[in-house]
Structure formats: C-alpha cells, structure tokens
Design a binder for this molecule. Structure first.
Ligand code: PLP
Ligand code: TYF
Length: 400
C-alpha cells in the first residue's frame, strides 16, 4: 500500500524557487531557475506572443485534438528555424519532426526511441550537464556515461578530455551536445572545435543528439546559435535534435518544443516518425495546441518574426549588460587579485561561478541569494541594480 512510499528528494533547480518563496528577507534574490526576468525582476510575456494570441482569439480557433505528431504548421516552421528553410535535408524530406512537451518532453521521447531501437547503445553526456538529463535517461532506461567538458583550472572547456572521452566510447554511441549556451557552464566549443568534435563523432560512427534550449538566446542570432547543428547536418550525418521554446519565446508553461530526427532518406524519416508517434501515443496521446499555434504564428509571419528577433535581442542584451556589470563590480571590489574574466567568457543565461557547495550555502544562508549548489547563477534573474550586492556576496563567499 501507499504507506511504503518514501519521500522523493526535491529537484535541485526547481526546489530552489520553493525555498526562495518562503524567505521573507527583502534583499532576497532568486538566481536559481533559468527564467528570464525584466530589469524590475518580473516575469516577461513577449509582445509577439500577445499579438499572436490576439490573432488566435480573433480567428476563434477550436480546441480539437491535434494529431499525435502535433500541429503541422508548427512542425514545419520549427524544423526550418532550426536548420534553415533551404536546408537540403528538409527539401529532401529527410527530417522527421514531432511536436513534443517542450525540451524535456522531446528529450524524453527521443530517449524512449533510443531505448527501443538501440537498447545496446549508451548516451554520452557532458560533465557537468543540465541536471534533468540524467533523470530523463535513467527513467527511460537508457545507459549513460559522462565525457569531460569543464576544466575548473581554466574555467573553460576541457577540449582534450572531451575528445578523448568521445573517442574512447563504444562505436555507435549517442553523444548529447548542447547546441549553444551550455547549461550550466555557459561555455561552448569554438567553430573550429565543433568541426573537430564532428570529425571524431563521424570516425566513431556515433550519433549526435543535440539539445537546443537557447536558440537565439546565446548570441542574439537564431542562425548563429543553430550553426553547431547545421554543421553536423551539412556533413550528412543522421542525428537527433530536441528543441524548446521555453526561453527564446518565453513560453515556459505552454510546454512547446519538438524532436527532430535527421535521417539518411525520406523513407527512413517516414518510418522513424511512425515510431515516434507510436511511442508518444501511450504516454500522452497528443500534445497541447496553444503554444504550437503561437510559435507557428510568430515564426510563420514575417512581421512577427522580425519583431520576435528584436525582442530576443533585447532579452539577450539585458543579460549581457548584467554580465558586464557583475564582472566590473567583482573586479573593482575584490582586492585579492582573482581573475574574474571568466564571467565575461561565459554565454547564455548563466554564470558558473566556481563557488562550491559550502560557498553556495553561504550565498543563501547569509545573503539570501538563491542559486543551485553547483555554483551556477542565473543572470536572467539579476538586475543592474542588484549586481553590486551580488558581487559583495560572491566575494564574501569565495574568501570565507
Ligand atoms: N535542456 C536544457 C539544457 C535546458 O537548460 C532546459 C531548460 O530550459 C531544457 C532542456 C528544457 O526545458 P523545457 O522543458 O522547459 O523546454
Ligand atoms: O536549468 C534551468 O534552470 C532551466 C529551467 O526541471 C529548468 O533549464 C530547470 C529544471 C527543470 C526544467 C527546467
């Protein structure tokens, strides 16, 4: 009976928000979850989303079930946004796209696909990675192991280690790669390093599996942020790509994303799609329609699309501004001579500070700054006016 059920641990990221809510101190700051806030630290609904929703309301769209694979108009634009509309893989019908329950649900569907069709393969994930990756593969019963990624000495990429570990893995492994703005480190390979990674993956017959949760958010350019994925597609490799619109369109709670499988032929793509649908059906039957319509309207309309890009630049720009201010405050206030330039080298929503667990605890217990225990702070939850306070807290925590 249910008496035997034990208490599950809180989620290391989402649990931080719960702790934040119960803190009554006025200085408190939530830098845990990666969710964009305005300079006033309020949640933000994009204007293009409101416009698309207004259009949808005016059209009086119904609430009928979607097909298992999702909204056709969404699936079309999402693959085009990812790969570029003129990509030969799309034109040749080699991309099978299924709407998913945001990034997480799309990753989970892909994991179920791997478990069913490649039960002997494992997935290589970066060390560190987004905490939910391990949960997803564990629950899908897909074995995984880690490849080296972060080098604490340089606060940069351990490129040699990464290549060595990808080489050492059994042939035909899946290699999970963050398309851009690596979570939690904010450190991405350079274009030259991506080429080398692709070389090794090709040599080893591995299958690239991209997680793209921040397209447009890293550089401010949708195309630039997809260049890693496109480089692999250009080489003619078969690969998987999970997409999320949580961050770049601020559609967090709408749960809208997709899984794309780039195949060697249109025939294969059709069969893969049929199997993804077969896996989705007993899990959730079919996906929600609202977010899919919003994306289809924004990406599919030239005016809204342009406006979206401007809003995204605004969001990405605000994060870059606080990043710069935080760096300046840290450099000016810290008298120890520590080099803080890593803050500027990192990209995307986060800064991986190098604070250890005890130091992160000090941030929360003494300074009321909520963050994950791996030392990651979400700059998307920071304002220019709070940078100085945060710098004081970080310096205090580092040197104590
Ligand atoms: N993958 C990474 C690396 C993430 O950072 C996130 C969070 O945004 C996701 C996937 C999935 O998030 P969601 O399920 O909200 O799309
Ligand atoms: O890493 C983050 O903060 C974001 C948001 O289960 C997130 O990716 C965190 C945890 C989670 C889903 C999304």
């Amino acid at each position: 009976r249910f008496e035997g059920v034990t208490m599950a641990p809180p989620d290391p990221i989402l649990g931080v928000s719960e702790a934040f809510r119960s803190d009554t101190n006025e200085l408190k700051l939530n830098l845990g979850v990666g969710a964009y806030r305005t300079e006033e630290l309020q949640p933000y609904v994009l204007n293009v989303v409101k416009k698309a929703e207004k259009l949808m309301l005016e059209r009086g769209e119904n609430k009928e079930y979607l097909p298992i694979e999702g909204l056709a108009a969404f699936n079309k634009v999402t693959a085009e946004l990812l790969l570029g509309a003129d990509n030969p893989a799309i034109q040749q019908g080699r991309v099978s796209t299924v709407q998913g329950l945001s990034g997480t649900g799309s990753l989970r569907l892909a994991a179920a696909f791997i478990q069913r069709y490649f039960p002997d393969s494992k997935v290589l994930i970066s060390s560190p990675t987004w905490g939910n990756h391990k949960n997803i593969f564990n629950d899908a019963r897909v074995p995984w192991s880690e490849y080296r990624y972060f080098d604490p000495r340089t606060v940069g990429l351990d490129f040699e280690g990464m290549i060595a570990d990808i080489k050492a893995a059994p042939d035909g492994s899946f290699v999970l790669l963050h398309g851009c703005a690596h979570n939690p480190t904010g450190i991405d390979p350079t274009p030259e390093q991506w080429e080398k990674i692709a070389d090794v993956i090709q040599e080893k017959n591995h299958i690239p599996f991209f997680d793209v949760a921040y397209q447009g958010f890293a550089s401010g350019s949708l195309d630039e942020d997809a260049s890693s994925v496109r480089l692999f597609v250009k080489r003619g490799l078969e690969l998987l790509v999970a997409q999320s619109y949580s961050k770049n369109l601020g559609l967090y709670a709408e749960r809208i994303g997709a899984i794309n499988v780039v195949c060697s032929s249109s025939d294969t793509a059709a069969r893969v799609k049929s199997q993804l649908k077969r896996l989705a059906r007993p899990m959730y039957s079919n996906p929600p329609v609202h977010g899919a319509r919003v994306v289809a309207n924004v990406v599919g309309d030239p005016n809204l699309f342009d406006e979206w890009k401007q809003e995204m630049e605004l969001m990405a720009g605000r994060i870059k501004n606080v990043r710069q201010r935080l760096y300046e405050n840290l450099s000016q206030k810290d008298k120890s001579g520590k080099d803080w330039s890593f803050v500027l080298k990192q990209i995307g929503m986060f800064s991986y500070t190098g604070l250890n667990k005890a130091q992160s605890d000090n941030m929360t217990d003494k300074w009321h700054i909520y963050m994950t225990k791996d030392g990651r702070i979400s700059l998307a939850g920071l304002s220019l006016s709070k940078c100085e306070y945060l710098a004081d807290a970080i310096i205090d925590s580092f040197h104590n």
